[in-house]
Design a protein. Structure first.
Length: 447
């Protein structure tokens, strides 16, 4: 299914940029305006100047963040700040990160070129909704720079670990890239050029579907970019570089893969009678009540976690200034019947995010699509303690705490051609930007 290939990556010249921690950045979609400014000031060669350059009041069609990014790439290449690898490579990757107190995980994967496929082929499978305005902006950047600036994060099934074992043969020496970023994560990259390994990995991937973990907007933007260049240059060159996209791939059975929950914090819905709402919730949920004091919060948190371990749909409810907090565990048959009436497909009915969105927020709280779509009313947080403290501070009126979406749920939803609600998954850590660029040219072929 998946046709992958090596490519000649464009990357920072470590003789001129010895500390890569000063120039790499998180993906554009998690960078706040304040962080954007910090990255911009950190180094004149920080990747923010390419991926998410600042706008100015004087911007025009000829001078804007996208055109400035393209000019910076050209200038940095002339200065040999960015250098192109001489041989096509698959880039074997290891990432060490803190997964909790006294817990360090290593996520293993690789960066390669992937042939672009329409979702209808089933070879590449999404699971999240995208937004047109974001794709339009990313397309303008691609058309200006003619490059994949950051990879799409994809997953593939390989329960026997054959692909990792093949790549391991090419990553036994010292890595070409090795550094610890400012978040404390350690990155190691080995470019693999040995033809026998590249051919073996390519062949092993041919029967694998790709599940997009992160980067849905980037993938759909690349499809549009391909369409633009096919219109310009024709579609008679199936191996030209713009028929491919740069991806970071990891085995969905990889022990270093982490999905974080995304808790919902709400405000602006007027007077809140939490006890009355919980009474109504008993029609659909088994309800556990905990005191806020005397260790109740700790038992409440553990009850939410225990529900997740049982694979129950379990949601914690915390209302500001309430004397009690609650854990709601779905009555499976009742909830499934209600979701069936709403036309919710089977693979979505056991998702915490679907039950929370459809039954608790819409039915019990009576919140509208318009209310829930307004970012002033809802915020999303991954850290349990931070979310809880934010409610206690008075900034939000209520919080809904969930367990993370399981990897088998991602696989089932994507394989069914369905889309999860917004913010259903957060694969951690995100793949950083600035390690590699994949230049795209009508005169260059990947295979």
């Amino acid at each position: 299914m998946a046709e992958i290939a090596p490519f000649r990556g464009l990357r920072y010249n470590q003789e001129k940029i010895p500390d890569l921690a000063q120039v790499v950045i998180p993906p554009y979609d998690v960078i706040s305006p304040e962080e954007q400014k910090v990255f911009h000031e950190r180094s004149p060669y920080n990747f923010i100047r390419l991926e998410l350059g600042p706008a100015t009041p004087e911007d025009s069609s000829k001078d804007n963040p996208h055109t400035r990014a393209a000019a910076s790439i050209a200038q940095w290449e002339r200065q040999e700040i960015l250098v192109r690898d001489p041989e096509p490579s698959i880039y074997c990757s290891e990432l060490d990160y803190n997964a909790g107190p006294d817990s360090v995980k290593t996520r293993k994967g690789f960066i390669c070129a992937l042939r672009l496929e329409e979702f209808s082929s089933g070879k590449v499978r999404p699971h999240e909704k995208t937004f047109q305005a974001i794709k339009d902006e990313r397309l303008a950047l691609m058309l200006a720079c003619n490059a994949n600036l950051s990879p799409v994060f994809g997953l593939y099934p390989d329960s026997d670990g054959e692909i990792h074992n093949a790549l391991a043969k090419g990553s036994r020496g010292a890595p070409a890239i090795s550094f610890t970023d400012l978040a404390g994560m350690t990155h190691r990259i080995w470019p693999i050029t040995e033809q026998s390994i590249l051919s073996q990995v390519r062949d092993l991937m041919l029967d694998k579907p790709i599940f997009i973990a992160d980067g849905h907007h980037r993938y759909e933007t690349a499809l549009k970019y391909r369409a633009c260049l096919r219109e310009r240059y024709g579609s008679g060159k199936p191996n030209v570089s713009y028929e491919f996209i740069m991806v970071y791939l990891t085995d969905m059975n990889e022990s270093g893969l982490t999905i974080l929950p995304t808790h919902r914090l709400l405000r602006n819905f007027g007077p809140l009678d939490c006890e009355k709402l919980i009474l109504r919730a008993k029609n659909f949920f088994h309800v556990e009540r905990f005191e806020c004091e005397n260790g109740g919060e700790l038992r409440w948190k553990e009850a939410i976690r225990a529900g997740g371990l049982r694979k129950d749909t379990t949601i914690g409810v915390y209302c500001k200034e309430a004397a009690n907090i609650y854990v709601l565990t779905a009555k499976r048959d009742v909830v499934s019947s209600l979701l069936t009436q709403k036309g919710i497909p089977v693979p979505l009915r056991a998702l915490d995010t679907v039950v929370l969105d459809q039954i608790i927020l819409r039915d019990l709280f009576g919140l509208s699509d318009q209310f829930l779509a307004n970012e002033r009313n809802m915020s999303f947080m991954h850290d349990f303690a931070e979310a809880l403290q934010t409610i206690k501070s008075g900034r939000f009126d209520a919080g809904f705490f969930i367990n993370h979406t399981r990897i088998e749920q991602v696989r089932e939803v994507a394989s069914s051609g369905l889309i999860m609600p917004h913010k259903s998954t957060y694969f951690y850590p995100k793949v950083i930007s600035g390690l590699l660029i994949n230049p795209l040219s009508p005169d260059e072929e990947i295979l």
